[in-house]
Ligand binder design. Sequence first.
Ligand code: C2E
Ligand code: CA
Ligand code: CA
Ligand code: CA
Length: 275
Amino acid sequence: AKAEGRGTWRAFKPEMDQQMQARRRLEIELHTALAERQFEVFYQPLMQVTTGDLAGFEALLRWNHPERGSVSPAEFIPLAEETRLIKPLGAWVLERACRDAAKWPAHLKIAINLSPVQFVKGNLVEEVEHALSTSGLAPDRLELEITESVMLQNSDETLQVLNQLRAIGVQISMDDFGTGYSSLSYLRKFPFDKIKIDQTFVRSLGDGKGSLEIVRAVVGLGRALSMKVLAEGVETADQLAALRAEGCDEVQGYLFSKPAPLAEAWRTIAIATKR
Ligand code: C2E
Ligand code: CA
Ligand code: CA
Ligand code: CA
């Protein structure tokens, strides 16, 4: 209103102005959400293929918005990254998930997603060390998941951080494998512990258009490079059978469970340890 007389403002379409206001509102809400503990970590089981055993869980962030209910990370992570709020938020997820996982049976792992922003001019290594020491979680139970976008940015500094994390004894997984442009070249730059085949390949396994062959090749690649291979987004028994036949090490997906609150993770653990 104050700037109405200025020509520069008139160049904006009203709907664009509205979009910017909505964005600004979301940004303020995100800050409040962190202060008022509206975030929650959900857990989704990771399953061993050959034994059918529970291998651990992936931590997936949820925002319990006071009016909108549960908001998907796809909606707020990008803005949290732009505004750098992902740094305190990411540190909170690390602390929370390590503390939860430290109480689980010691053979279960916890996988946590890292944003590329957490690698830039930060203290990620110290944050990970802090989360481990305050929770008492053994470093080899922690798997940090990064996507190709992490490797894309300033790769020297990123590699240094990854090597420091590796030196602490945590595992590093390459997430969403096969969706980017140069996933293969990154396997040469850094010895990942695990490759997570993206769910798009799993979804199209039966369509005869090459997904099965790609999964087969990635499993072979994992074997050759001593990396475990996990397939994401497994929803049907047919998909599981195909992935088992191809020799995938681990699977994750709605066939076993959707991401769920901590209490549900505990129920899964209780059932798994009774078997
Ligand atoms: P992602 O790391 O690739 O996580 C897997 C996503 O696939 C999750 O979506 C999960 O709920 C979903 N999923 C799992 N199994 C199935 C299935 O069988 N079918 C289908 N259709 N989907 C399945 P979600 O929880 O909405 O998270 C979306 C993305 O948000 C994640 O993708 C990750 O990139 C990001 N994210 C989530 N939590 C965090 C976090 O704590 N930090 C950061 N930096 N990113 C996070
Ligand atoms: Ca992930
Ligand atoms: Ca993924
Ligand atoms: Ca993803």
